[in-house]
Design a protein around this ligand. Structure first.
Ligand SMILES: [Zn+2]
Length: 475
């Protein structure tokens, strides 16, 4: 029997506001523990929270970018539970009246467009951080307490890990384009939880849902889903029941493990926060925020195809990250060869960055420097092959392309007489191959081209060598 997975994802994103959600403590990552908190974010008795307008607008922007409807009126609710990282005993969240709901996002997965429903996009506050030391004690840092946190929940519309990955990638891009969150998973600025169930293909209802937590990267999200789909499918095949529960991803052992039985909404005793009244979204305000939305990834991808004549694939890869798309556009402005710039950026330069686990923002070769290198190829000063090694040197030394070419004497041999001499020598040394070519084995010519390239240290133009070799052999 064939089994089909159903996946829904909840993402929490910290917002890039200056101050926290309900007080004026600074909102910044890290810092000396417990130096960025006050009676309000610690929830001491008698304090009065005041909602951060910027955080509300960031949530509106995200809701609009995800094609959600902005509620005419929204309000905050208390979600009651006891945990050491939450000194108030409740988290201020949204329950019945979220800021925005009922949207969608279109994903491109393997060349097919898949629409994923967005259930809601609401605003809440983050909790503090609990750290367990090897000595067996636990430490609390409340700096994160009250940091504005946006929650984005999808409908259970995804049916593969590829779709889940595409969703997370697309959502991260939207958050970064909007400038509302760094969406940096390593810093915990973007966190996700996946709901996954498996049922026989064609079944009229979903299987039992399992929630997976503790996912710190896209990779762990995808790996945990693969593991869960496999585990649940095996259980169904053996006729074993699947427990509705929350499971934790164990990064070290690449398995999920039971954490607790799944709690329901009523366990939290949600009720409207009496300290924070309902707030209304006047149509003018929504209109004004919508007008301020920047160009989003999907629009930029289409523009890259139309404006630069790029294939869909290139446009998709380049616009996945705002920083990469910005880098690309700056480089094309300086070196107007859109496809060439795309090729170098998505293959050679991305390769160097991936090897070192660096992001494009950290790339030591800036757009102007890459443009200079590509200009040298265009002018015929260096070959593409040499350019690859020059790029590597640029990356490691921070020096400019022209300076490296000059220093290492890498200029392409364009002097026909010098090249002819090398060709003559290669033909003399490889009489057997020459005989093969003359006997009609044209593939052997490539070997001779390779020998000339080797003899010139890669400094010859292969197309020109090819042509000169043909002429020499025909003579
Ligand atoms: Zn505070």
């Amino acid at each position: 029997m064939e089994y089909l997975p159903t996946i829904g994802i909840e993402v929490h994103a910290q917002l890039l506001t200056q101050s926290k959600m309900f007080c004026d403590c600074p909102n910044a990552f890290g810092g000396e523990p417990n130096t960025r908190c006050c009676p309000i974010c610690l929830g001491l008795p008698g304090v009065l929270p005041v909602a951060n307008k910027q955080a509300i607008e960031f949530t509106m922007m995200t809701g609009l970018a995800l094609n959600c409807t902005i509620a005419p009126e929204a309000r905050f609710a208390r979600k009651n539970y006891l945990y050491p990282d939450l000194p108030k005993g409740y988290q201020i969240s949204q329950y019945e009246s979220p800021i925005s709901a009922k949207g969608y996002i279109d994903l491109q997965v393997d060349g097919v467009t898949k629409r994923i429903g967005i259930t809601r996009c609401h605003l809440e506050e983050d909790t503090g951080k609990l750290m367990h030391t090897p000595a067996g004690t636990s430490l609390l840092d409340f700096n994160r307490c009250g940091v504005p946190l946006m929650e984005i929940v999808t409908e259970p519309d995804m049916n593969s890990t590829a779709e889940a990955r595409a969703y997370l990638t697309a959502l991260r891009a939207i958050l970064q384009y909007l400038g509302v969150s760094s969406a940096n998973m390593e810093e915990g600025a973007m966190r996700c939880e996946c709901n996954v169930s498996v049922a026989p293909a064609g079944a009229d209802k979903f299987g039992v849902k399992v929630e997976v937590k503790n996912l710190n990267s896209f990779r762990s999200a995808v790996q945990s889903l693969e593991y869960e789909i496999e585990r649940q499918t095996r259980a169904l095949e053996r006729g074993e029941p699947i427990a509705q529960e929350t499971r934790r991803w164990d990064e070290a052992n690449l398995v999920t493990a039971p954490m607790r039985s799944k709690e329901s909404a009523h366990d939290y005793r949600y009720f409207p926060d009496p300290d924070l009244g309902p707030f209304a979204f006047a149509p003018d305000w929504v209109h004004e925020v919508r007008a301020r939305l920047p160009e989003l990834p999907a629009a930029r991808r289409q523009r890259f195809v139309a404006e630069y004549g790029l294939p869909e694939y290139d446009a998709g890869v380049l616009t996945e990250s705002k920083a990469l798309a910005d880098y690309y556009e700056e480089c094309v402005r300086l070196r107007p060869d859109p496809k060439v710039v795309s090729n170098w950026l998505t293959s050679e330069l991305s390769g160097l960055l991936n090897e070192r686990g660096m992001s494009i923002e950290e790339c030591p070769v800036r757009p102007a420097a890459l443009g200079e290198l590509l200009g040298l190829i265009k002018a015929g000063t260096i070959s593409g092959k040499i350019a690859k090694s020059v790029l590597q040197t640029m990356f490691e030394s921070g020096k400019g392309a022209a300076a490296i070419v000059e220093e290492q004497g890498l200029t392409q041999i364009s002097d026909e007489a010098a090249l002819a001499q090398t060709i003559e020598q290669v033909l003399r040394e490889h009489g057997d191959v020459v005989a093969k070519v003359k006997a009609g084995q044209t593939k052997a010519l490539a070997y001779l081209v390779g020998q000339v390239m080797k003899a010139t240290g890669g400094r010859a133009d292969p197309a020109r060598v090819n042509e000169m070799l043909r002429r020499a052999l025909e003579a």
